[in-house]
Design a protein around this ligand. Structure first.
Ligand SMILES: NC(=O)c1ccc[n+]([C@@H]2O[C@H](COP(=O)([O-])OP(=O)(O)OC[C@H]3O[C@@H](n4cnc5c(N)ncnc54)[C@H](O)[C@@H]3O)[C@@H](O)[C@H]2O)c1
Length: 353
């Protein structure tokens, strides 16, 4: 039984974030297994609060975890916490983006150290073979590639709004005639890569698929021959960049659009160090070069939110079995805590030096 575990699913502070890490159906299963689950009200969440209450969860006001969540509750979320610099005393399960030298990482880790809490980062919940157990990658890749295709076909309407897969597929299929674009997906064997390839296939294209083997010795000329590049690489070690500013100025390149699903913009591991800022739902496309020839960028870091039901349902199904194992503190959890503690130690060592 897991009756000592209290999960507190918080409100997401990003207005565009409609996903949830746990669906009402999976919450019902966890409650039946003895977990206590509190769900904060969240206007934009795709699943109504009433569905969680019907599933046996308790409710709490928006953003109330600071004051109301007991110290031993696990605060569950997806994206960033409000940036208010308060010390963090709980164990938080979410995507912290704090271990790869990203902007704001040191400040976030310091908040945990100050409050005595811990980050159990969803990106670092891994199995015995080091593979992530729960990820949104597939739908990120799917949506990213779909947006790229629609932009190339002049069919991308802004601002972007969440939809469901049948509606997105209908757009891709309706615009397929006469599109002779060549598309390259790098990281094609991963989750996002598979999603990207599936969307491109739905759109009637046949993507070139590169993964580790094909980039070991990067064929830059072949890369620049494609009209569209979708980057879905996940690397934790710095590698030589796939694109440089010199490539952007290459007048012979055919490459006209880059969709960076990875969005590791401020990280040391960024394989596309040719831009500094992600793009948004309001302005999803930015020109990196206006001529020589034109090169556009799509780099949206919350792509799966555009298909919130499909993305949440897939993610929750992967995560829920691991939440059940919090009580025994086995499986993915000790490793996630160790990763956090290692990051904190590394930060403290840097400060001492
Ligand atoms: N933009 C978004 O909204 C969004 C959402 C979810 C995930 N992501 C990001 O997408 C990225 C991919 O996630 P994933 O779940 O697909 O990861 P994954 O581990 O499933 O796949 C990554 C792939 O990259 C390949 N790879 C690693 N280094 C490579 C290299 N040097 N050359 C070629 N291929 C290489 C791996 O072999 C693997 O197949 C991550 O950085 C993740 O954070 C972005």
């Amino acid at each position: 039984m897991s009756d000592s575990i209290h999960l507190w699913m918080r409100h997401e502070s990003r207005e565009t974030e409609r996903r949830a890490p746990l669906t009402p159906a999976d919450a019902a299963h966890l409650v039946a297994e003895g977990l206590r689950i509190t769900v904060e009200a969240c206007d934009q969440r795709v699943f109504p609060l009433a569905d969680y209450i019907a599933a046996g969860c308790e409710s709490a006001p928006t953003d109330s975890w600071h004051e109301l969540a007991p110290d031993d509750a696990y605060v569950l979320g997806l994206k960033e916490l409000p940036d208010d610099r308060t010390p963090l005393r709980h164990r938080h399960i979410y995507f912290g983006h704090a271990y790869k030298g990203q902007g704001g990482a040191a400040a976030l880790l310091s908040r945990f150290t100050a409050g005595g809490g811990a980050l159990l980062d969803m990106e670092y919940l891994t199995d015995d073979r080091g593979r992530r157990v729960a990820a949104f990658g597939y739908w990120a890749g799917y949506v990213g590639a779909a947006l790229a295709v629609l932009h190339r076909r002049g069919q991308l309407t802004t601002p972007l709004r969440p939809m469901d897969r049948p509606a997105l597929d209908a757009l891709l299929e309706a615009t397929e005639a006469e599109d002779a674009s060549t598309a390259l997906v790098i990281g094609a064997l991963g989750r996002s890569g598979r999603g990207a390839c599936d969307a491109l296939t739905t759109a009637g294209l046949t993507p070139t698929r590169w993964d580790l083997a094909e980039t070991r010795e990067l064929d830059r000329a072949a890369l620049l021959e494609h009209h569209l590049l979708v980057n879905t690489v996940l690397t934790t070690d710095p590698v030589p960049p796939f694109l440089t500013k010199a490539d952007l100025d290459d007048t012979a390149r055919r490459l006209a659009l880059v969709c960076d699903v990875t969005c590791d913009v401020t990280s040391e591991c960024n394989v596309l160090p040719v831009y500094d800022e992600t793009t948004t739902w309001d302005e999803p496309v930015r020109a990196l070069r206006k001529d020589t020839p034109r090169l556009d960028l799509i780099a949206i870091d919350n792509l799966p939110s555009l298909l919130p039901v499909e993305a949440s349902t897939a993610f929750s199904a992967e995560l829920a079995p691991h939440l059940l194992r919090l009580a025994e503190w086995d499986g993915v959890w000790p490793g996630a805590l160790h990763t956090f503690e290692t990051a904190v130690q590394a930060q403290e060592t840097r400060y001492v030096r």
